[in-house]
Design a protein around this ligand. Structure first.
Ligand SMILES: [Zn+2]
Length: 179
């Protein structure tokens, strides 16, 4: 199923206070409004808004730290496959799409933060856990559609009615805190 890009003109207020979620050099492989996938699109009836996501290029196996404290809402880390392509439509046209391994944490009221592309069995927290800022939550991998290069995808979203989501700008104004 091909995606259809949409222009969204509303921009939620940015949220501050995120710490960098790893120790090491910061290399952004795709920033806000990035050309590979950080835009809004429809897949069938579903609106996916990824405008303000950030991809940090990192070596496989890098320790990922929680950017803030919060409650873990959802974890998947049993997926195996990955798919590398610069065109997100190539992924949506696949019959068997490899799923990403991810962690979703509620750091702030009304929004949730997604961390994606962990390695298989590479998540160290569970749904319902309270996590501190700087706490280890898992290890990078290359699960799911990874664009042209393995990375950590981080994004805060507002969940609307149904499965639609709206991307929220994040401000990384804190250095990484290690547990
Ligand atoms: Zn991304």
């Amino acid at each position: 199923m091909p995606i259809e890009r949409v222009n969204l003109y509303s921009e939620p207020d940015p949220i501050r206070g995120y710490s960098i979620p790893f120790i090491g050099d910061i290399k952004i492989s795709q920033g806000r409004n990035g050309r590979y996938s950080h835009f809004a699109y429809r897949v069938g009836p579903k609106l996916v808004d990824d405008r303000f996501a950030v991809d940090f290029e990192l070596p496989i196996g890098t320790e990922i730290l929680s950017t803030k404290s919060g409650i873990v809402q959802w974890v998947e880390d049993h997926h195996d496959g990955s798919f590398e392509s610069t065109c997100i439509n190539d992924y949506y046209n696949l019959e068997n799409k490899p799923s990403p391994n991810f962690v979703i944490i509620d750091h702030d009221p009304g929004v949730r933060t997604i961390y994606s592309h962990f390695r298989k069995n590479g998540v160290t927290v569970h749904s319902g856990n309270y996590v501190e800022e700087g706490q280890l939550i898992g290890y990078t991998g290359k699960s799911g559609w990874i664009g042209p290069i393995p990375h950590l995808h981080v994004e805060t979203v507002k969940i609307n009615i149904g499965t639609d989501r709206l991307s929220v700008p994040m401000i990384f104004d804190r250095k990484p805190l290690h547990e």
